[in-house]
Design a protein around this ligand. Structure first.
Ligand SMILES: Cc1ncc(COP(=O)(O)O)c(C=O)c1O
Length: 373
């Protein structure tokens, strides 16, 4: 049985009538960028989060960059984030002109260590940017408290955690702004690129709306320097359809993750923090012999990926940030041992059990061969 790492087709099939209707509506409207569909999606996305505003942008990287720029963070400022994230988080901080300060993860949950973040604060620190990695909220109580203590802005990178909750409250609503990506594979995915920033602050919203559209306050009047980071009508119409199914999709992801939890033996998985409503953008397992495990799964036609194989502070393109190997030990140890297993809408419980059984057989055989030698 071939089990791909991901497959976007089953969800598309399930929603195809609704999506086709939305797409046809946009095609016939004659209006394709920043129009009524974007406004409707922004309103629905804000309402889903119980916040006043959402601003649609071109992707999740721009969402972070524009959130920082809207808050006046740029050259000379430091932003504390994790190395254990998609490179986009770090790219966005630099694009805003600020310096990313990369800290280690909590080795149990693989999200930002609040203690490490606090230790990294300098007089130039302006913001803390935790990432709700794999769909699990970071340690928001501790991170929010340290932001309050040190008068720092909290901006949450929710690109992997649409619909995740901490103590019952949706991620993205704990700080000044929450940023989202709608890359197709995300829990809320478009059929192309897309992103959004949510906030309750009207001044930030005004600025975000200008910045995403060349700094324009009214047509052809540019009050400041912005960029082109607009959400298009097709993506917004599709996202409105998919938003109405987000909770049921997350429910399915959590159910499938529960099947992995119940059946997997011989591998570690990140701990789920108490009070966390994890939405399993990714189901990640950990094993000392990760590469051999991935090879074995490949021979059984089971797809896997690593999120992420090289910590960002050790990526070739980022060596000039100045972090030596060994500087973020928990991040580096995780990168060597983690593997993401298949998890998507349309994957069956039997397929999850099959993946778990295959891993269990492999780890048992490994244990036996080591016992013999
Ligand atoms: C944690 C994280 N932050 C930011 C991004 C950037 O999103 P996008 O690819 O839409 O620019 C991603 C997605 O790749 C992500 O996973």
């Amino acid at each position: 049985m071939t089990i791909p790492f991901n497959d976007l087709n089953p969800l598309h099939k399930q929603l195809s009538w609704e999506i086709d209707t939305a797409v046809q509506r946009v095609l016939k409207s004659g209006w394709y960028i920043l129009g009524p569909e974007v406004e409707a999606f922004e309103n629905a996305f804000a309402a889903y989060h119980g916040v006043k505003y959402a601003v649609g942008v071109a992707n999740g990287t721009d969402a972070i960059e524009l959130a920082l720029r809207a808050a006046g963070i740029g050259v000379g400022d430091e932003v504390i984030t994790v190395s254990h994230t998609a490179v986009a988080t770090i790219c966005a901080v630099e694009r805003a002109g600020a310096k990313p300060i990369l800290v280690d993860i909590d080795p149990r949950t693989y999200t930002m260590s609040a203690a490490a973040a606090e230790a990294a604060i300098t007089p130039r620190t302006r913001a803390v940017l935790p990432v709700h990695l794999y769909g699990q909220p970071a340690d928001l109580d501790a991170i929010r408290a340290l932001c309050e203590r040190h008068h720092l802005l909290l901006i949450e990178d929710c690109a992997q955690a649409h619909g995740a909750r901490h103590q019952g409250r949706l991620v993205g609503t704990f700080g000044a702004m929450g940023t989202f990506s709608f890359y197709p594979t995300k829990n809320l995915g478009a059929y192309g690129d897309g992103g959004a920033v949510i906030t309750n602050d009207p001044a930030l919203v005004e600025k975000l709306r200008r910045l995403r559209n060349y700094g324009q306050s009214k047509r052809y009047h540019h009050d400041e320097r912005g960029i082109n980071s607009r959400l298009d009508e097709l993506q917004a119409a599709i996202l409105s359809v998919k938003l109405s199914h987000l909770d049921e999709c997350n429910f399915t992801r959590r159910r499938l993750a529960g099947v992995y939890d119940a059946h997997l033996r011989g591998v570690l998985t990140p701990e789920v923090r108490e009070g966390a409503h994890h939405v399993y953008h990714l189901y990640v397992a950990r094993h000392f012999h990760r590469d051999a495990l991935m090879e074995f799964l490949k021979t059984k036609e089971i797809g896997t990926l690593i999120h992420y194989p090289v910590p960002n502070h050790l990526q070739k393109g980022y060596l000039d940030l100045g972090y030596a190997p060994g500087s973020l030990p928990h991040t580096e140890a995780a990168a060597k041992e983690i593997v993401s297993l298949p998890l998507y809408i349309g994957l069956s419980e039997d397929q999850v059990k099959e993946v778990a059984r295959t891993i269990n057989t492999w780890s048992q055989a490994l244990g036996e061969s080591r016992a013999e030698s």
